[in-house]
Structures are given as structure tokens and as C-alpha cells.
Design a binder for this molecule. Structure first.
Ligand SMILES: [Zn+2]
Length: 129
């Protein structure tokens, strides 16, 4: 393998641990907006946009890799792009979870959190459903 690409990949590997820590705040974000009224159509538009953002980030990472291969200075910092991609994928997964919950669940009458079909108590606030 190209030595410059090997160095780039080593740099990328080192960011994996930090990415796991960055995912935590987005999980809390779901809880904060659980009370908002959302519908599947709006969520699907957001999923579409999120996929487009991810495609763009992956394309830009590809440019970094190719410029590295050519021995040119990349135009963007690959670790910053990776952090953005991690956040974008985390958000995409949240949106998909919300769609799945809407399809098969019900909102909690007390707090608005989406609860699964068949749940007897809200997993967010504990209220009876
Ligand atoms: Zn609740």
C-alpha cells in the first residue's frame, strides 16, 4: 500500500475512540425533543437530507484520500470530516428510530415520548399508557 495512504489510514484509526464519545450527546438530544409532534413525512424528508449530507461528506473524504495518494496537501482536515460523518450517521439513526417508533408505537400521554406497541408503561417517564 501507498505509504502516504497508510499514514492517512493510521490517522483515521486513531479517531475511532473519540467518535464513540461524541455519539453520547445526540442520544440525550432525542429525549429533549421527544415531546415534539412529528410525523413520518417530515422525518422522511430529514432522512433524505441526512443521506445527502453523508454522501457529500464521504465524497470529500475521498478527495482527501486521493490528494494524499498524489502527495498533495488535502484541502480539508480528515479528522474534522470524520467527526461530521459520525454526527451525521448518529442523527440518521435517530431519525430512522423515530420513524420506526411512529409506525408501531404510540406517544406517552404524560411526556410525549414514543413508546412501543404493547408497552404498558412509558420507558421515558414511567407513566401508565
Ligand atoms: Zn412518558
Amino acid at each position: 500500500m501507498d505509504e502516504r495512504i497508510r499514514e492517512l489510514l493510521d490517522k483515521i484509526r486513531g479517531t475511532a475512540a473519540a467518535a464513540g464519545e461524541a455519539a453520547a450527546p445526540t442520544a440525550r438530544y432525542v429525549g429533549q425533543r421527544a415531546g415534539e409532534l412529528v410525523d413520518t413525512a417530515k422525518l422522511n424528508i430529514q432522512i433524505f437530507n441526512q443521506n445527502a449530507e453523508i454522501s457529500d461528506l464521504l465524497r470529500r473524504m475521498g478527495q482527501v484520500m486521493y490528494r494524499t495518494h498524489l502527495g498533495q496537501e488535502p484541502e480539508e482536515d480528515v479528522t474534522a470530516l470524520l467527526a461530521q460523518a459520525d454526527a451525521a450517521y448518529a442523527r440518521l439513526n435517530e431519525l430512522k428510530d423515530e420513524v420506526a417508533a411512529l409506525r408501531q408505537g404510540q406517544p406517552c400521554p404524560a411526556c410525549g415520548a414514543l413508546c412501543a406497541k404493547g408497552d404498558r408503561f412509558c420507558k421515558s417517564c414511567g407513566a401508565q399508557l
